[in-house]
Design a binder for this molecule. Structure first.
Ligand SMILES: NC(=O)c1ccc[n+]([C@@H]2O[C@H](COP(=O)([O-])OP(=O)(O)OC[C@H]3O[C@@H](n4cnc5c(N)ncnc54)[C@H](OP(=O)(O)O)[C@@H]3O)[C@@H](O)[C@H]2O)c1
Length: 288
């Protein structure tokens, strides 16, 4: 018997429905619509595609999506000034800095400048630190999407062995904290991991985000493992994840597809976070 395919879209729709009713209540309570600013530097087509997807998602739930499009020769100081200006603006209730950034920008300086209360993506040191000590308030959207999928499948992480193939700040590190906060046993693998297969074969839940199509085969998993494929890679055959889908599906209890798995849930989680920052700004403080 083959495993199940866990589609992300129905999970995303459920989250969006909740956000939409939150936006409606917010409008009634405060008399204005939450406005989120995306700052984008340069003309990276992928970055502009994400911006368009975000605009569409915002429109479906009634959040106003504003843009500040900067040329690729913008200096870091100019960007930091724009962030500071919008930190102080009463008309902006959340901000995102679209990745990838041109190489002359320091992510650390940018994240240390962005107000943690307006940090939709949960990348500022305060929000990442809170996550690490178990206060999950503004959490990075992709790791959050993974947890939403597990919650949707009613998987209790306590005592489960989770293997994460990725140790980036965007995915692997916050996801490790989220899983530890739920009492999972976590193994984190990356490029320098020796014998990846030996690690992944131990997983009750395998979460892979290496960005390497074909990396995870049926030999990498134990029977009935749950597999979440976070990667999104453009190939000549179309968009792909890390997993050799058909053969892994034969052995796993369930697998998320690419596209249509984690991706749509990540977008929905960003909307959820936008409502969180808007509520913090409206209340004038972060209750946590
Ligand atoms: N679904 C979504 O919504 C969503 C959101 C964000 C990102 N993504 C996708 O997720 C993937 C990862 O994104 P990212 O920003 O975290 O990228 P990244 O910074 O390039 O991270 C990739 C990670 O995988 C590790 N890795 C690469 N090749 C490996 C291998 N052969 N064996 C073991 N580990 C390996 C890297 O290790 P080292 O650090 O040691 O090199 C790194 O930790 C990308 O495909 C991206 O498009 C999807």
């Amino acid at each position: 018997m083959t495993g199940r395919i866990i589609q992300g879209r129905p999970i995303a729709e459920k989250i969006k429905d909740t956000v939409k009713s939150e936006v409606d209540s917010f409008k009634q309570l405060y008399g204005y619509i939450p406005s989120i600013l995306s700052i984008i530097i340069g003309d990276n087509p992928e970055a502009h595609l994400y911006l368009k997807l975000r605009d569409n998602a915002c429109r479906t739930v009634g959040i106003k999506s504003l843009h500040e499009v900067l040329s690729s020769d913008t200096s870091e100081n100019e960007l930091l000034d724009i962030i500071k200006e919008n930190n102080a603006s009463n008309n902006i209730h959340g901000m995102l800095i679209q990745f990838p950034l041109p190489p002359h920008f320091s992510l650390n300086r940018i994240m240390n400048t962005l107000s943690p209360d307006k940090d939709v993506e949960g990348f500022t040191p305060r929000n990442l630190g809170n996550l690490l000590i178990g206060t999950e308030h503004l959490v990075p959207c992709t790791p959050l999407a993974v947890i939403e999928i597990l919650d949707h499948e009613q998987i209790d992480l306590q005592g489960k062995h989770v293997v994460i193939v990725n140790h980036s700040t965007v995915v692997g590190k916050p996801l490790t904290a989220l899983c530890l906060n739920r009492n999972a046993t976590v193994t984190v693998a990356h490029v320098y991991t020796q014998d990846l297969m030996k690690m992944t074969q131990q997983a009750d839940i395998l979460i892979t985000a290496a960005g390497v199509p074909g990396l995870i085969t049926s030999h990498h998993i134990k029977k009935d493992c749950m597999v979440i494929d976070v990667s999104i890679v453009k190939t000549n055959e179309g968009v792909s994840g890390d997993v050799v889908f058909s053969e892994v599906l034969e052995k796993a209890s369930w697998v998320t597809p690419v596209p249509g798995g984690v991706g749509p849930v990540t977008v929905a989680c960003a909307l959820q976070n936008m409502m969180r920052t808007a509520s913090i700004i409206a209340k004038g403080s972060n209750d946590e």
